[in-house]
Design a protein around this ligand. Structure first.
Ligand code: NFS
Length: 626
């Protein structure tokens, strides 16, 4: 079918084209419609020069000196306001990731105490390794006992007042020295986030450089703290991912089954929903209702978590959440926290879909709240799945429209899995980098954003890197975009430059490696640290680069900040709200090099963005004498 330009310009994904046409037919509003209605977006907000931190304002600084105020009522300049606003975004993002990590620590604690309703310690090897890292005595102790000690230690990271966050010590010594010199080696995770809120209060920190340094400090507490805790403890509880095959895109929704979509972020919920959907009583209840079975699929990062560990299919990335409901075939959209559009409530009301919220932290208009708690996890998960099953008979077959689009993919590339694929040592990868077969490594991550043609930023940039022999590691909504584009099967090696193609073929891996959800960017940090240590250099010396081609969330701002703080040049595909301050813009894009050995670039054209990354990788290769 031919679609109009208006639809074709919104996404590169044929499933999205079909669903947008369907939405148009049904007169349903999506995120793209609301985005268009919002245009032109607020110019002051775009520049980052509006301040609502006290009630003398709101203030906004005129971008033109002669045409309006150059200072807020308190005297804050554009530089101060932009810096404050930026680091408040970091605080939001770091808080979200870290609270996710805290929830995992809580689940581990309950599991160790025998109080959790259905969780187990799946990866004892990782449990022991983490215990060792924390200096916990493991001799003669039960795994529960060790897990309890680990959970208490990890829990304490959040409220720590002094010392350092343990996982930051995974960074190469040279990197730690950089952080210590700049005063950005984080203390407790919560402490750094709270300090941002304090410093950005009216009349506290009014030095843009000092503000930004605190932003970097909190972001490191996210990447090398909260996010890393989320990843590691998830692996202990649910297993460390190993390569697995799966499928992705809206076509994974099945017309003849009870469809459950788990959307959000924490595997604490989605793992139990998956377990409950295999319950024989619930399966027979589904068949008794006329369904062929229960089909659990994921959306956004909780989908990445399930795919990485169990090969569960993913229905789509961030901009597809509404479209999944519009298929009319979803019995329940079950959500926990983060990246869940409040618009889902209205949309679900147009269909039989039950929108079920589960977290006391995240309630939504139009949602039924079925509160989840770890003590009764499986029991509650079963009642949630039961409510989905019972909703099957309410489905109106005339309203069902599922696009026939799904793509095969391979996921599950944890750091451990990558090492295993390499034969247990990094050497084959280092050799390939040294020989130039693999020019370097790019971490490409982040969201979707209707400001950019859906998935185009992700896929065009990644294709260009792969073509130029850059190995891509990915997480989050970029990973889902790449999977849909067919870049995550070993055969995709054919799209790579000759060097990378040969390496992928000999290892049987795709040129784009799925490393998980956004908190799993911590896995990328671990890999970078290992490579830097193997070469006896700092991370900022490596031929590596980062990109977030379609980012939109505060979490992405925190990620960008900790990736740059870790010494990795990072390209942003959408413009951050900082241009109102030439000083802050300069710090982020240039001066940061002098402090942390890396900086940001902003490039909305994905091919040019890839070009910047490749040039950076070449420069680093040269400096290393490669
Ligand atoms: Ni990351 Fe995951 Fe997607 Fe962006 Fe949202 S799902 S945590 S924030 S939109 S990549």
């Amino acid at each position: 079918m031919a679609y109009n330009e208006n639809i074709l310009n919104k996404s590169i994904d044929p499933a999205v084209h079909q669903m947008l046409a369907r939405a148009e037919t049904l007169g349903l509003e999506t995120v793209w419609d609301r985005y268009e209605k919002m245009l032109p977006e607020c110019g002051f907000g775009e520049l980052g020069v509006c301040c609502r931190n006290c009630n003398m304002g709101p203030c906004r600084i005129s971008p033109f000196e002669d045409q309006g105020p150059q200072k807020g009522v308190c005297g804050a300049t554009a530089d101060i306001i932009v810096a404050r606003n930026l680091i408040r975004m970091i605080a939001g993002g770091a808080a979200a990731h870290s609270d996710h990590g805290r929830d995992l620590a809580h689940t581990l604690l309950l599991t160790a105490q025998g109080k959790s309703g259905g969780y187990k310690i799946k990866d004892e090897t990782k449990l022991m390794a983490l215990a060792k890292e924390y200096g916990i005595d493991v001799n003669g102790r039960s795994k529960e006992d060790i897990a309890l000690a680990l959970a208490k230690n990890v829990y304490a990271e959040f409220g720590k007042q002094e010392g350092y966050v343990q996982f930051t010590r995974r960074a190469p010594d040279k990197r730690l020295a950089v952080w210590q010199k700049a005063g950005i080696d984080p203390r407790g995770i919560d402490r750094e986030i709270v300090e941002i809120m304090h410093r950005t209060h009216i009349g506290v920190d009014n030095d843009p450089v000092n503000l930004i340094l605190q932003g970097l400090k909190a972001s490191i507490a996210d990447g090398w703290g909260g996010s890393m805790i989320a990843t590691e403890i998830s692996d202990v509880l649910f297993g460390t991912p190993t390569p697995t095959r799966s499928t992705v895109n809206l076509g994974v929704i099945k017309a003849d089954q009870v469809n459950i979509i788990v959307h959000g972020h924490e595997p604490v919920l989605s793992e139990m929903i998956m377990a409950a959907s295999n319950d024989p009583d619930l399966v027979s209840r589904a068949t008794a209702a006329g369904a062929a079975g229960i089909n659990v699929t994921g959306m956004c990062c909780t989908g990445n978590e399930l795919m990485m560990r169990h090969g569960i299919p993913i229905a789509g990335n961030f901009l597809q959440q509404e479209l999944a409901v519009i298929t009319g075939a979803v019995e329940a959209m079950i959500v926990d926290v983060q990246c869940i559009m409040p618009s889902l409530g209205d949309l679900c009301e147009c269909f039989h879909t039950r929108f079920i919220s589960t977290s006391p932290k995240a309630k939504f208009p139009g949602a039924v709240h079925m509160q989840f708690n770890e003590e009764k996890a499986l029991e509650i998960a079963k009642s949630i799945v039961e409510s989905a099953v019972d909703n099957f008979t309410n489905r109106n077959p005339a309203k069902v429209f599922i696009p026939d689009e799904k793509t095969d993919c391979m996921a599950g590339f944890s750091t451990e899995a990558i090492l295993a694929a390499l034969g247990g040592t990094l050497d084959p990868l280092l050799d390939a980098i040294k020989s130039g077969a693999v020019k370097g490594i790019a971490g490409v991550v982040g969201c979707n954003n209707p400001k950019i043609k859906h998935d185009h930023g992700h896929v065009a940039l990644v294709r260009e890197l792969v073509k130029n022999n850059v190995l891509v590691v990915t997480t989050g909504c970029n990973a889902i975009a790449c999977a849909k584009a067919g870049l995550m099967v070993p055969e995709a090696a054919n799209t790579a430059g000759d060097g990378l193609k040969g390496v992928c073929q000999s290892l049987g891996v795709p040129p784009v490696l799925h490393m998980g959800s956004c908190v799993d960017i911590s896995r990328i940090l671990t890999v970078c640290a290992a490579i830097a240590n193997a070469l006896d250099v700092d991370i900022c010396d490596l031929p590596v680069a980062g990109a977030a081609p379609e980012w939109m969330s505060e979490k992405a701002v925190s990620i960008g900040a900790y990736v740059v703080s870790s010494g990795i040049f990072t390209v942003l595909g959408t413009v951050p709200p900082v241009l109102g301050s030439p000083l802050v813009t300069n710090i982020l894009t240039h001066a940061a090099n002098d402090v942390v050995g890396a900086a940001f670039a902003v490039e909305t054209d994905p091919i040019k963005g890839a070009g910047l990354m490749i040039a950076h990788i070449e420069k680093k290769r040269q400096a290393l004498g490669l």
